[in-house]
Design a protein around this ligand. Structure first.
Ligand SMILES: [Zn+2]
Length: 139
Protein backbone atom coordinates (compact mmCIF):
# COMPACT_ATOMS: atom_id res chain seq x y z
CA UNK A 1 0.00 0.00 0.00
CA UNK A 2 1.12 3.54 -0.52
CA UNK A 3 0.61 6.87 1.16
CA UNK A 4 1.13 8.85 -2.00
CA UNK A 5 -1.67 11.30 -2.78
CA UNK A 6 -4.28 10.22 -5.33
CA UNK A 7 -3.05 12.31 -8.20
CA UNK A 8 -1.81 12.06 -11.75
CA UNK A 9 1.61 13.01 -10.44
CA UNK A 10 1.71 9.99 -8.14
CA UNK A 11 0.43 7.81 -10.97
CA UNK A 12 3.36 8.97 -13.10
CA UNK A 13 5.82 8.39 -10.26
CA UNK A 14 4.62 4.79 -10.09
CA UNK A 15 5.04 4.42 -13.84
CA UNK A 16 8.65 5.46 -13.34
CA UNK A 17 8.96 2.46 -11.01
CA UNK A 18 7.40 0.12 -13.58
CA UNK A 19 4.17 -0.07 -11.68
CA UNK A 20 0.70 0.50 -13.07
CA UNK A 21 -1.37 1.64 -10.13
CA UNK A 22 -5.02 2.46 -9.84
CA UNK A 23 -7.18 3.91 -7.14
CA UNK A 24 -9.91 1.87 -5.51
CA UNK A 25 -12.82 3.48 -3.76
CA UNK A 26 -13.02 2.00 -0.28
CA UNK A 27 -16.71 2.85 -0.20
CA UNK A 28 -17.98 0.94 -3.23
CA UNK A 29 -14.91 -0.82 -4.64
CA UNK A 30 -14.88 1.02 -7.98
CA UNK A 31 -11.44 1.11 -9.61
CA UNK A 32 -9.92 3.99 -11.51
CA UNK A 33 -6.70 4.25 -13.48
CA UNK A 34 -5.37 6.87 -13.40
CA UNK A 35 -6.84 7.35 -9.95
CA UNK A 36 -9.48 9.92 -9.15
CA UNK A 37 -9.83 12.00 -6.03
CA UNK A 38 -13.58 11.53 -6.04
CA UNK A 39 -15.38 8.30 -6.92
CA UNK A 40 -17.50 8.56 -10.03
CA UNK A 41 -19.91 5.94 -8.70
CA UNK A 42 -20.61 6.96 -5.13
CA UNK A 43 -18.80 10.33 -4.82
CA UNK A 44 -16.73 8.90 -1.99
CA UNK A 45 -13.32 10.42 -1.42
CA UNK A 46 -11.61 7.59 0.42
CA UNK A 47 -9.37 5.90 -2.14
CA UNK A 48 -6.61 3.36 -1.77
CA UNK A 49 -3.85 2.41 -4.19
CA UNK A 50 -3.97 -0.97 -5.84
CA UNK A 51 -1.48 -2.39 -8.28
CA UNK A 52 -2.87 -3.45 -11.64
CA UNK A 53 -1.73 -6.68 -13.23
CA UNK A 54 -0.93 -4.82 -16.44
CA UNK A 55 -2.89 -7.09 -18.72
CA UNK A 56 -5.99 -6.33 -20.68
CA UNK A 57 -7.50 -6.09 -24.09
CA UNK A 58 -7.59 -3.49 -26.77
CA UNK A 59 -10.83 -1.52 -26.74
CA UNK A 60 -9.99 1.02 -29.42
CA UNK A 61 -7.07 2.80 -31.02
CA UNK A 62 -5.94 5.62 -33.26
CA UNK A 63 -2.72 5.73 -35.24
CA UNK A 64 -1.09 9.03 -35.97
CA UNK A 65 1.21 9.27 -38.94
CA UNK A 66 2.13 12.90 -38.64
CA UNK A 67 2.54 13.84 -35.03
CA UNK A 68 3.86 16.80 -33.09
CA UNK A 69 7.61 17.58 -33.17
CA UNK A 70 8.14 15.81 -29.84
CA UNK A 71 7.00 12.58 -31.46
CA UNK A 72 9.09 13.13 -34.54
CA UNK A 73 12.07 13.51 -32.19
CA UNK A 74 11.35 10.02 -30.89
CA UNK A 75 11.53 8.68 -34.41
CA UNK A 76 7.87 8.44 -35.24
CA UNK A 77 6.85 9.48 -38.68
CA UNK A 78 4.72 8.45 -41.61
CA UNK A 79 6.59 5.16 -41.92
CA UNK A 80 6.53 4.48 -38.22
CA UNK A 81 3.25 5.81 -36.86
CA UNK A 82 2.50 5.85 -33.20
CA UNK A 83 -0.73 4.46 -31.96
CA UNK A 84 -2.73 5.50 -28.96
CA UNK A 85 -5.03 2.90 -27.52
CA UNK A 86 -7.83 2.59 -25.05
CA UNK A 87 -6.99 -0.55 -23.09
CA UNK A 88 -9.55 -2.27 -20.94
CA UNK A 89 -7.61 -3.69 -18.02
CA UNK A 90 -8.56 -7.09 -16.66
CA UNK A 91 -9.43 -5.32 -13.41
CA UNK A 92 -11.97 -3.18 -15.26
CA UNK A 93 -10.67 0.37 -15.70
CA UNK A 94 -9.82 1.72 -19.12
CA UNK A 95 -6.50 3.43 -19.59
CA UNK A 96 -5.20 5.42 -22.51
CA UNK A 97 -1.73 4.34 -23.54
CA UNK A 98 0.71 3.94 -26.40
CA UNK A 99 0.75 0.69 -28.36
CA UNK A 100 4.20 -0.62 -29.17
CA UNK A 101 5.53 -3.79 -30.64
CA UNK A 102 9.20 -3.06 -30.86
CA UNK A 103 9.67 -2.62 -34.57
CA UNK A 104 7.81 -0.18 -36.72
CA UNK A 105 4.22 -0.70 -35.85
CA UNK A 106 1.94 -2.07 -38.48
CA UNK A 107 -1.51 -0.73 -37.75
CA UNK A 108 -3.13 -3.55 -39.71
CA UNK A 109 -1.79 -5.96 -37.10
CA UNK A 110 -3.62 -4.19 -34.33
CA UNK A 111 -6.95 -5.84 -33.73
CA UNK A 112 -9.71 -4.74 -31.40
CA UNK A 113 -10.02 -7.24 -28.57
CA UNK A 114 -6.42 -8.46 -28.81
CA UNK A 115 -4.64 -9.28 -25.55
CA UNK A 116 -2.11 -6.73 -24.42
CA UNK A 117 0.38 -6.42 -21.64
CA UNK A 118 1.86 -3.32 -20.13
CA UNK A 119 5.32 -1.97 -20.86
CA UNK A 120 6.97 1.13 -19.52
CA UNK A 121 8.86 3.41 -21.87
CA UNK A 122 11.43 5.40 -19.95
CA UNK A 123 12.45 8.59 -21.63
CA UNK A 124 15.43 10.46 -20.33
CA UNK A 125 15.32 13.91 -21.77
CA UNK A 126 17.92 15.80 -19.78
CA UNK A 127 16.31 16.74 -16.49
CA UNK A 128 12.95 15.80 -17.82
CA UNK A 129 12.72 12.14 -16.97
CA UNK A 130 9.38 10.65 -17.70
CA UNK A 131 7.74 7.33 -18.31
CA UNK A 132 5.22 6.64 -20.99
CA UNK A 133 2.58 4.05 -20.36
CA UNK A 134 2.50 1.63 -23.26
CA UNK A 135 1.11 -1.76 -24.13
CA UNK A 136 2.34 -4.46 -26.45
CA UNK A 137 0.75 -7.61 -27.78
CA UNK A 138 0.75 -10.33 -25.12
CA UNK A 139 2.31 -13.68 -25.87
ZN1 LIG B 1 -17.21 4.66 -4.74
Amino acid sequence: MSDRPMSDHSFEQFLGEDRLMGGRCTGCGALFAPPRAVCRECYGTDMEWVEMEGTGKLAGFTCIHIGPPSMAAEGYDRNNPYCTAAVELDEGPRVVARVENGDALQPEKIIIGMRLKVSFLHRDDGDDRKTILAFQPAG
